[in-house]
Design a protein around this ligand. Sequence first.
Ligand SMILES: Cc1cc2nc3c(=O)[nH]c(=O)nc-3n(C[C@H](O)[C@H](O)[C@H](O)COP(=O)(O)OP(=O)(O)OC[C@H]3O[C@@H](n4cnc5c(N)ncnc54)[C@H](O)[C@@H]3O)c2cc1C
Length: 325
Amino acid sequence: MESHDYLQKICPDLSSFNLPLMRNFKLSSTGKHEFQTTLDLGGFGISRYVLEYLLFSEAKRNGVVFMLKCKANDIYYNEKEEDYIIKTDSGNVNALLVCNSTGRNSNMETKERQPKLAGINYVGIKYHVRLQRDASFIEIHNFPGGYCGLSSIEENKSCLCYIVNSKKLNSVHNSIPELEKAYLYQNSHLKKLFSTAEFLFKKPLAISGINFKIKAPVTDRSLCLGDSAGSIAPITGNGMSIALRSAAVLAAMVDDYFLQAITRQQLNDNYSGFWNKEFSTRVKLSRHFQRLSEYPLLTNMSIRLFKPFPSLAKSIIRHTHGAPF
Ligand SMILES: Cc1cc2nc3c(=O)[nH]c(=O)nc-3n(C[C@H](O)[C@H](O)[C@H](O)COP(=O)(O)OP(=O)(O)OC[C@H]3O[C@@H](n4cnc5c(N)ncnc54)[C@H](O)[C@@H]3O)c2cc1C
């Protein structure tokens, strides 16, 4: 919800979608017990495709020029013209400032941003499903090696997405159905869910090589937005909000820079300062939760602890989320 008002402001068409609000949280693991609580802030659900299509249409209406199916390959500083040259598949683009939002696995890393921590690799698998459930819940179901999230999106559909240590996939000869049977089904909630849901994709959407590198929000060539500055482990479910918030704040700073209210150095310093203050602790904290989320024993212990002390769970949730902007 922290990004809801901002998104509504930049994309008024969003209100025509009756998007599900999620105010409750459920956590389960391989044990008998589960934990439920209300969420102070909560969230709203929307599929990636609808969100991006709405933002794309709104930006186009406002005069943004898109170069579709075109990859940016490198950025150079042109000392003579004092501008940047972005080399793309469709030719060069000149720019006074470059904002890089190329995500987690950018091809435009510089030496100064080589990952400080190689980390563990995870695999992410996503489906859209239809099933009878209370749409006000966001659910996390842990299993050996990872966890599966279930959240509501538009048109009474739900997004079912799990993230698993890639070693588990290797152990079943890289077969997704085998992985689900061998590991996910150890959680009875997941076994029931997978056997009763209507799966809407022909094949699951899979991404491999996920790790949570610590990067830097500013490089010598560009200002980095969203995951390209550093990605938060999705166990805390907040990467989209961080991406939107970093863009909102940087947009205002860039205005100041072009109005000559601040210098380029001040722009770099202000943005770095903001990013590190707001997100760096959350990104680091999320990596610990990601690691813990692989072990059912720890999740079962947390469930037993949260049940008599729900304020503890609420406090952890609060520490991984920001305030509305
Ligand atoms: C398994 C998994 C589950 C997640 N679940 C959640 C969740 O439940 N909630 C949540 O808030 N977040 C979640 N996240 C995190 C969320 O997806 C990211 O934080 C968010 O997408 C970051 O947005 P972004 O725009 O920075 O990067 P991206 O969404 O990665 O977008 C980058 C874009 O840049 C394009 N691109 C890359 N390189 C180039 C190039 N050289 N030239 C041109 N274009 C390029 C890519 O094609 C892509 O379209 C999850 C992530 C994973 C991996």
